[in-house]
Design a protein around this ligand. Structure first.
Ligand SMILES: Cc1cc2nc3c(=O)[nH]c(=O)nc-3n(C[C@H](O)[C@H](O)[C@H](O)COP(=O)(O)OP(=O)(O)OC[C@H]3O[C@@H](n4cnc5c(N)ncnc54)[C@H](O)[C@@H]3O)c2cc1C
Length: 379
């Protein structure tokens, strides 16, 4: 693949850089989580008004219709400029593309626009206490009653559920067929008494995700996405968008953080220390390998139209690199490392979740073993 940008791609990058210089909102406020979320929501409104929310979405749905290279440029520039995340990350990365891919015209008309503007926040209600990696075994059930679906069960790790209007919910609608076939994908209104949201506090001190208790929550039939019994297929679209959305932003993030780590080593006077230098050199090679692999994945999609297994390899490598990079930062910082409100301490603690969220490392290794190396299937 030729990595030189075309004139059009350079123009895209320059337009974005100029816009960011003029509109960057500054650093996200620390401390109060509500205030930080309101700040992100305001930032998303600005992105939307500037035409920079949903860049990968087709133009007819209010996106920018950006090519894959432009999407990669977008992610890299956002990280480079240290722009905050928009409020509706899950809606933009997964909810919108799922409704565009599987929704009816009425559903697109109803749901798409408020995702882009950040007026309605979305969450993903897939995982349950006993179903994470083996998602298809989930137990939350939905039963038809007078044109509505009545949903009972429990979800967990539901990121941003406490801010959300809509939940991408997968529930069992037929217990008598093989597990993958008995699922349906719903859009559930979170604003009802039958939906109880309880925040879970993480090791970072923040409560980013939640438990959801559903006690006869009601969902109108018109909020089924992709047809009754097709929930597994629709859920795969959501999950594919989750992983592909990660690749370039993640790559740019570890490159930027490695540069920060080099600066940190200088500040602490250990940049001449041979062990620290070897550690940084090793990380540099890993970050470069990740970058080249991400481009290899991009080339495969451009040639075949399908994301290849490179996505799983990239997610695994990224979580390993990010954990190792943030561990190196604690060694460099020495006794001051446990100070909880320092940015590096947050990064170190938050990185522990990288090998679990969006598919655990063990599951990714199974995918690579089976689909890349052709090893026998476990089951
Ligand atoms: C920060 C964060 C945010 C999240 N946000 C959301 C969200 O918004 N919505 C949502 O639905 N979920 C969310 N999750 C949940 C996440 O998708 C699950 O945690 C993940 O899929 C793993 O499931 P589990 O926790 O049930 O672990 P389990 O599936 O029970 O796995 C436990 C351990 O067993 C290993 N294991 C399991 N099966 C196999 C196998 N076949 N072969 C080898 N090893 C195996 C796993 O790798 C893991 O180490 C989030 C998780 C985190 C950490």
């Amino acid at each position: 693949m030729d990595l030189t940008l075309s004139a059009d791609e350079e123009a895209f990058r320059d337009e974005l850089r100029t816009w960011l210089e003029e509109n960057h909102p500054g650093e996200e406020p620390k401390g109060d989580e509500e205030e930080a979320f309101a700040f992100r929501r305001e930032w998303q409104t600005k992105l939307h008004e500037g035409g920079w929310a949903g860049v990968s979405w087709p133009k007819e749905y209010g996106g920018r219709g950006a090519s894959l290279i432009e999407q990669a440029i977008y992610s890299a520039e956002m990280v480079r400029s240290r722009a905050p995340s928009p409020a509706n990350v899950l809606g933009l990365a997964m909810g919108g593309p799922t409704v565009i891919g599987h929704g009816t015209e009425e559903q697109k008309e109803r749901f798409i626009q408020p995702i882009l503007s950040g007026e309605e926040i979305w969450c993903q209600g897939f995982s349950e206490p006993e179903s994470g990696s083996d998602l298809a075994s989930l137990k939350t059930k939905a039963v038809k009653d007078n044109g509505d679906w009545v949903v009972t069960g429990q979800k967990v790790w539901t990121t941003f559920a406490h801010h959300s209007k809509w939940c991408m919910l997968v529930a069992r609608t037929d217990p008598d067929v093989p597990k993958h076939k008995g699922l349906t994908y719903f859009l559930m209104d979170m604003e009802q008494d039958a939906v109880q949201v309880r925040p879970l506090r993480q090791i970072t001190g923040q409560a980013e995700f939640n438990e959801l208790f559903l006690e006869e929550a009601r969902i109108p039939d018109e909020n089924v996405i992709g047809g009754v019994g097709n929930g597994w297929m629709v859920a795969i679209t959501t999950l594919m968008n989750e992983r592909s959305g990660l690749a370039f932003g993640a790559m740019a993030q570890v490159r930027r953080d490695l540069n920060d780590l080099i600066e940190l080593a200088r500040e602490h006077g250990v940049d001449e220390d041979p062990v620290t230098r070897q550690r940084i050199a090793q990380l540099h090679m890993e970050v470069e390998a990740l970058r080249i692999n991400a481009y290899r994945g991009l080339t495969a999609i451009m040639k075949t139209g399908q994301p290849g297994p490179e996505g799983s390899l990239g997610k695994w490598a990224w979580s390993d690199i990010n954990q190792s990079l943030t561990e190196a930062s604690t060694e460099i910082r020495g006794p001051e490392a446990p100070i909880i409100d320092e940015a590096w301490t947050y990064r170190f603690l938050r990185a522990r979740a990288n090998s679990i969220e969006g598919g655990t490392t063990e599951i990714l290794k199974n995918i690579i073993a089976e689909r890349v190396l052709g090893l026998p299937k476990l089951r």
